[in-house]
Design a protein around this ligand. Structure first.
Ligand SMILES: [Zn+2]
Length: 263
C-alpha cells in the first residue's frame, strides 16, 4: 500500500505544475473573444522576431521603388496606431522580390515583397495583406502552435517519468508522442488561425480608415493572378493561405462588424 501511495504523489506534483503553467500561460486575444495559450514569454518572442528580421534584411535586396515604398509607408503609419502588437519596435521594409508575399514577425517587424503589388492594387488592399499578417502576431499564433507542441512534449515526458523506467514499450510511445507534438507546433498556421487573422485584419483595416470590403477583393485578385499564371505555380502566400469558399464566406459574414468600425 505504501508504494502505491508514493506512486500517486509522483503523479500529483507534475500535474499541479502543468496546471499552473496553463493558468499563467493563457492570455486574452484582443477583439477575438477567446484566450490564447502561450508558454513562451512575449519579450522572448519579440527578441526572436527582431533577430530573424535582421537576418532577412542582410540576405534580401531592398527595393528602391519610391512609389511603392511610399505606399508601404503610408499604410504603415495608419496601421501602427490601431494594431495592438506587444513590445513593438515597428519597422516596415519593402524587398525587391517578384513573389507576391508579405510577412510580419513578433516585435512589429514587417516585410513586403514588391511582387505584392501584382495583387494589391490600392492602399486598402495592401493594408489587407499587412493587417492579416500582423493579426497572426497579435493573436500569438506562432507562439501558440509552438506552445501546444511543447506542452504535448512536456505532458508525454511527465507521463513517461511517472510510469517509471521498467516499461520500455510505454516509454517509447511517450517519446514518440513528444516528437510528434513538437512537429505539429512547427508547421504553418491552422485553418482556425487563418480565419481569425482574416477577421482581425479586416477590423484593423476599418480602424485605420480603409474599406474592409477591399480584403475580399484582394483574395479575388490573388485567385485571378494564379489563374493568369496558368495555375501551375501557386504563389507561396496562397500555398500557406488556402483560398476557398470558406475563407471568403468567413470574411463576408464578419463584414457587418468590420464595417461598423469603418468611418
Ligand atoms: Zn495567414
Amino acid at each position: 500500500m505504501m508504494s502505491r501511495k508514493h506512486h500517486h504523489l509522483r503523479l500529483a506534483i507534475p500535474g499541479a505544475l502543468a496546471l499552473s503553467l496553463i493558468l499563467f500561460a493563457c492570455t486574452t486575444v484582443p477583439d477575438a473573444g477567446r484566450s490564447s495559450f502561450n508558454i513562451i514569454p512575449q519579450a522572448h518572442l519579440s527578441q526572436m522576431g527582431l533577430t530573424e528580421f535582421e537576418k532577412i534584411k542582410s540576405q534580401k535586396k531592398l527595393s528602391q521603388n519610391s512609389t511603392q515604398r511610399a505606399a508601404v509607408r503610408s499604410v504603415a503609419e495608419r496601421l501602427k496606431p490601431v494594431v495592438p502588437v506587444q513590445n513593438a519596435h515597428w519597422e516596415f521594409v519593402l524587398f525587391e522580390d517578384s513573389a507576391p508575399n508579405a510577412f510580419a514577425l513578433p516585435g512589429g517587424k514587417v516585410g513586403v515583397n514588391t511582387g505584392i503589388f501584382k495583387v494589391a492594387h490600392n492602399d486598402a488592399q495592401l493594408a489587407a495583406v499587412i493587417g492579416h499578417e500582423l493579426a497572426h502576431v497579435v493573436a500569438g499564433h506562432s507562439g501558440e502552435r509552438l506552445s501546444t507542441g511543447l506542452l504535448g512534449a512536456v505532458g508525454a515526458a511527465v507521463i513517461g517519468a511517472a510510469i517509471g523506467g521498467d516499461d520500455t514499450a510505454t516509454r517509447n510511445i511517450a517519446t514518440g508522442a513528444a516528437g510528434a507534438a513538437v512537429m505539429v507546433g512547427m508547421r504553418s498556421f491552422s485553418r482556425g488561425q487563418e480565419l481569425e487573422a482574416d477577421r482581425l485584419g479586416a477590423l484593423y483595416m476599418a480602424r485605420a480608415g480603409y474599406d474592409p470590403r477591399q480584403s475580399v477583393t484582394l483574395w479575388k485578385n490573388f485567385a485571378d493572378h494564379t489563374r493568369r499564371q496558368g495555375g501551375s505555380r501557386v504563389p507561396a502566400f496562397l500555398s500557406t493561405h488556402p483560398l476557398d469558399s470558406t475563407r471568403i464566406a468567413n470574411l463576408e459574414s464578419f463584414m457587418p462588424r468590420a464595417l461598423s468600425e469603418y468611418h
